[in-house]
Design a protein around this ligand. Sequence first.
Ligand SMILES: *Cc1c(COP(=O)(O)O)cnc(C)c1O
Length: 372
Amino acid sequence: MIGYNAVRVAVAPAAVARNFLRLRALGSDLVAVVKADAYGHGLVPVAQALAQAGARRLAVGTVAEGVMLRQALPHAQIIALLGVLDTRDARACQEHGIVPLVTQAEHWPLLRQAARQAARPLEVILKFDTGMGRLGFRPDEAGAVVAALQAAPMLRPVAVFSHLATADDPAAADFVAEQAALVRAIQADLAAAGLELPASLANSAGLLAHPSTHFQIQRPGIALYGANPLAGTPWADRCPPLEPAMAVDAPILQVRELPAGASVSYGRTFRAPRPMRVAIVAAGYADAYSRGLSNRATMVVGGRRAPVLGRVCMQMTAVDVTDIPGVRPGDRAYLLGGPGAAAITAAELAAWWGTIPYEVFCLLGLNPRVFV
Ligand SMILES: *Cc1c(COP(=O)(O)O)cnc(C)c1O
């Protein structure tokens, strides 16, 4: 499906599925994280490819995402990482068989009521905060959690989750160990109260670099989409080779000569040091190709690198094609990915952008997608 704009995102769900198989070899029981529209790759096509590859558990963010996914996957376990917001969310979990994270005491009455009204048990996951400082019960609340569950026999806990804050930073391995120790303690406290549950702490970086965080269930996200969370660190080689699953391109509108001394785009921030040839690409910050990429990024045209010249505009960006022969209007320029060795990686684009591959995927993925 092509929208009104010219930028096109090509997603290969099969590549995500192959990455899943590579990662599964490193863990024991994976939850494939497909929150935020599968990191911009397209929730339903990606989740279907993952399910076909054998993924039985998937994690979305909101309950609404879970409802959407349930229609496509009638049998998978669907986990809502953000938990429930209100009675409607709780009822939707019950109706569609979505497993919410219980992250605070306020959730108990909402979930209890939903389970009681349906006269059917509701599976839940207990979320503890062991250092991320975001959602979850404190470790010392394990006893209160057990008491709340004893008062709510219709709620069926199926796992304990916590989330790592620093797993992608080798210099912060101590904090990872502290979080793992807390999860072990929580799991033991629950077991002592008669609640034996599998635990999950590892994200992609935990799965790749920290065996002590593996517990019984691992939750990779970014690595499924082909980005190495340890890239640029001494531990980069702990990640097996993964395939990118997203490429982004846009058509060239015009190719023009730029005489020495002439400038390109707003503010005249680029001036040609010599006669140059410039291609005007139909992609700009309205397509989530950030203005911060002005004079920094590179695209791929005709299988070769074409640096961005001057400021990125709303729907257009100029690139240097002086040394790329035969470029014509209608040719495609790759913002991400591209053919062969010149392909632009998400890590490169993220570095030019001043962000991380996660954000590159989520933002560029807002454009119309085609599945290949
Ligand atoms: C996003 C997320 C993950 C996956 O993290 P990656 O770094 O993408 O592997 C796992 N668990 C939770 C709770 C998350 O929010």
